[in-house]
Design a protein around this ligand. Structure first.
Ligand SMILES: Nc1ncnc2c1ncn2[C@@H]1O[C@H](COP(=O)(O)OP(=O)(O)OP(=O)(O)O)[C@@H](O)[C@H]1O
Ligand SMILES: [Mg+2]
Length: 317
């Protein structure tokens, strides 16, 4: 709430230099975390980063939002549910992507066999946050989940196995002491994306600043409505990350369209910056990368909003 107020009051925008702004954010994040430790730590806010359109910046957004939340002293788990494993490899877990050991794929598919429940053993430490990597076998998951019992609820069940509690309606329980779980979804509307949406119930939507984004976002939101109706649940869009903005008229046009169609949905703009690619190539978010970029502040703003949403969620629960 404090962070939201500071953001609204413009203090973040105007009065702080970049470095001091970052420390203030970390300090406030720390204060916020401590102040509301009972609320935030007792619950885990789960966020799907999804858009069925390929190459719009889902993985870039997921990594950098996870990095921003970690920089604000939050405990974060990054889960890669995309068979391509771009997030996994990008975060330096290339070996795990093809390893022989039990993987996220095995955990999703063999959930009913006694010795295969849980994902605690699939968590790897990264400099900034924890990661559950994807695996090349995930390319089989779409077909396997189609015929599996409760094939769309597998990820949710795995998250519950981290809490040790099995209340089907409870999506706000503590999940392994994480404040946030960020799940990178694949570029499709198949079983895996449905798993991500059902397990998280909150969705952050990256979209390119181009005309085809309108169509893609409409399809995603229609799909979310179908899942909501089918399962009798709510899935909340948290906002749109308008990504790879260039200096042309397209971004303005898209911004107007989003504002008119979804007037209460936050919209953040991320510019086309090679530093984002280089951070990824170094296996980290921009918050751990040595090169500075003006986009750090944008990801901090997204993190501030997510913190306030998590706070509101915890208060309601
Ligand atoms: N703001 C940006 N500036 C520069 N490059 C970017 C930006 N956002 C994404 N990219 C680059 O664009 C490519 C696609 O981004 P990314 O992999 O995040 O998209 P995606 O939606 O996850 O793709 P997929 O649908 O294949 O999973 C990557 O090479 C990434 O480094
Ligand atoms: Mg991706």
């Amino acid at each position: 709430m404090i962070i939201g107020w500071l953001a609204r009051s413009g203090i973040f925008d105007t009065s702080c230099q970049r470095e001091s702004q970052r420390s203030i954010c970390a300090l406030i994040g720390h204060f916020y975390y401590k102040r509301s430790a009972k609320m935030v730590v007792s619950m885990t806010f789960r966020i799907a980063v999804a858009n069925e359109k390929g190459g719009v910046g889902k993985t870039t957004t997921a990594i950098n939002v996870a990095g921003a939340l970690a920089a604000a002293e939050c405990e974060v788990l990054f889960v890669d549910l995309d068979a391509q494993g771009n997030g996994t490899v990008g975060l330096g877990l290339e070996e795990q992507y093809t390893a022989e050991e039990r993987s996220l794929y095995d955990a999703l598919i063999n959930i009913n066999t006694g010795n295969a429940t849980g994902i605690g053993d699939l968590i790897y430490e990264h400099k900034e946050f924890d990661v559950i990597p994807s695996h090349i076998d995930m390319f089989n998951a779409e077909a396997d989940l189609q015929t599996a019992m409760r094939g769309r609820e597998r990820l949710w069940m795995l998250f519950e196995s981290l809490t040790g509690c099995g209340d089907e309606t409870n999506t706000t329980a503590s999940v392994g002491n994480y404040d946030f779980i960020i799940v990178d979804a694949p570029p499709s509307l198949g079983m895996l994306t449905d798993n991500v949406l059902l397990a998280c119930r909150n969705v952050l939507i990256p979209a390119l600043a181009e005309a085809s984004s309108q169509h893609a976002v409409n399809i995603l939101l229609d799909h979310i409505e179908t899942i909501e109706a089918g399962y009798g649940i709510g899935i909340d869009p948290l906002g749109v990350v308008l990504n790879r903005i260039e200096v042309d008229g397209e971004a303005n046009r898209l911004r107007s369209w989003f504002d008119s169609e979804f007037d209460s949905l936050p919209l953040w703009e991320i510019r086309n910056r090679v530093a984002l690619k280089r951070a990824w190539a170094n296996g980290v978010s921009v918050f751990e990368h040595t090169e500075t970029t003006d986009m750090d502040e944008r990801f901090e703003k997204i993190a501030e909003h997510l913190l306030s949403e998590a706070d509101a969620d915890a208060t309601i629960a």
